[in-house]
Design a protein around this ligand. Structure first.
Ligand code: AMP
Ligand code: GLY
Length: 422
């Protein structure tokens, strides 16, 4: 099989490494991938949003199956276009990717189908939003409707902050067209859980749960990032809660999308908050999470390519999808300064003994040298029978990876361990 993976971060590296376990795989092209994946895939310098070039490449190189991993190409209709030329894909079509592409769409979907989520209001102009916010309960949450590189959510703990958020999103156009509408929603509290699920539009197969660590610094301090580390499974996600989520959230969401004529095939990501009133949806993503994938896929015992193809072909109910009972941890090593300004171009050293457990997110090859080229540079992962063991192994491996100005959180998994003991 000749495979193509669209995307270039740590998530894609984890997908590629797992796909390679299938014996029928002849070649995997990564578009664009990054220099740190050069041993695992053929790098092709085509950007993930360049749909025309992606389609032309697939045609010319006789691609048998494509995995479209990031949100942008999915929302832009990359899967629709590849299907038109006869290339089967893992990932939803544009009309289903809207579940992530528009928060107004997803909130209205949840309301219409009774799926638990935060109460909300939609605003199409700043004046109405200011009026509402004059005496809305605080804290409140302001969200740009469209994709905003993960930065479109503002938790306002003071009224002034909420008004500022509206101003920058709607009046100053901070996120361009993505902010022409906003959602203002109720502030929820409780542990957060990420659940990725394979779905072929009818069956839903949740993967092992995980916990992201979004803040840049230890003790959940500092700015929000794309994710500084993950653990799986998430100890807050008990079998009882999993059952509630399946009945009240996962199945109803997949049914709702089908009923709307927007059948979702691919990986549906449920960002959940376990509130006192039960689990609620914080967000949907139309794709694998990053860095959740880096802890979830190493625990998948089944063949990823087979599971993906069954998802594409609507045969998910006919196959077994099996996960290990072990735990996994991933520590992200970033460039100092991230998520704000940082320097890159520093040589990266990865001891060969840990190479298989490193998923590279932001690096480039300069001759034979691997250099840092991004805020989040790589994720160092481990699996073990217990979460404690997975965490200590991941941190041991961190010592075997280095680059100038590296920084990482020292407390990944600390809260999960506390929850386990409680
Ligand atoms: P998102 O960009 O949608 O992933 O949101 C970023 C983060 O904002 C989430 O992981 C939550 O921690 C937080 N968040 C989003 N919506 C709410 C809400 N309604 N109440 C409290 N926190 C929220
Ligand atoms: N880790 C959060 C996301 O992938 O959106």
């Amino acid at each position: 099989m000749r495979l193509m993976v669209v995307g270039g971060g740590g998530r894609e590296h984890a997908i590629i490494k797992k796909l390679k376990e299938n014996k029928s795989v002849e070649v995997i092209y990564a578009l664009p991938g990054n220099g740190g994946m050069a041993d695992d895939a053929e790098l092709v310098p085509i950007g993930a949003k360049d749909i025309d070039a992606i389609v032309a490449f697939a045609k010319k190189n006789k691609i048998d199956y494509a995995v479209v991993a990031p949100d942008d190409p999915l929302v832009l209709g990359c899967v629709d276009r590849l299907e038109e030329i006869g290339v089967p894909c893992f990932g939803p079509r544009a009309n289903a990717a809207i579940i992530e592409g528009s928060k107004v769409f997803s909130k209205n979907l949840m309301k219409k189908y009774g799926i638990p989520t935060a109460d909300y209001r939609v605003f199409e102009n700043a004046r109405d939003a200011y009026e509402y916010l004059k005496d809305a309960p605080i804290p409140t949450v302001v969200k740009a409707d469209g994709l905003a590189l993960g930065k479109g959510v503002i938790i306002a703990t003071e009224r002034e902050e909420a008004l500022d958020a509206v101003r920058s999103i709607m009046e100053e156009g901070k996120f361009g067209k993505s902010g022409s509408r906003i959602v203002v929603e109720e502030f929820l509290e409780g542990p957060e859980v990420s659940v990725l699920a394979f779905t072929d539009g009818t069956s839903v197969v949740p993967m092992v749960s995980s916990m992201d660590h979004k803040r840049a610094l230890d003790d959940d301090k500092g700015l929000n990032t794309g994710g500084m580390g993950t653990v799986a499974p998430n100890p807050y996600y008990t079998p009882e809660i999993a059952n509630i989520c399946m009945q009240n959230i996962f199945i109803p969401t997949v049914k709702a999308m089908k009923a709307e004529g927007r059948e979702f095939r691919g990986c549906l990501y449920f960002g959940l908050m376990l509130t006192k009133a039960g689990p609620k949806v914080i967000e949907y993503n139309c794709r694998f999470g990053d860095p959740e994938t880096q802890v979830v896929l190493p625990l998948l015992k089944s063949d990823l390519l087979e599971v993906m193809m069954a998802t594409t072909e609507g045969r998910l109910s006919e196959i077994e999808v099996e996960f290990s009972k072990d735990s996994a941890a991933c520590v992200i090593m970033a460039s100092s300064g991230y998520p704000e300004a940082y320097k890159s171009g520093y040589p990266i050293s990865i001891d060969p003994s840990v190479k298989d457990n490193v998923y590279v997110a932001g690096a480039k090859l300069d001759a034979d040298k691997l250099l840092t080229a991004g805020g989040r540079v790589l994720g160092v992962c481990a699996t073990a029978p217990t979460l404690e063991a997975a965490l200590s192994l991941a941190y041991e491996r961190v010592e075997k990876v280095g680059f100038e100005n590296a920084f990482y959180r020292r407390d990944i998994g600390a809260r999960a361990l506390m929850a386990k003991e409680a």
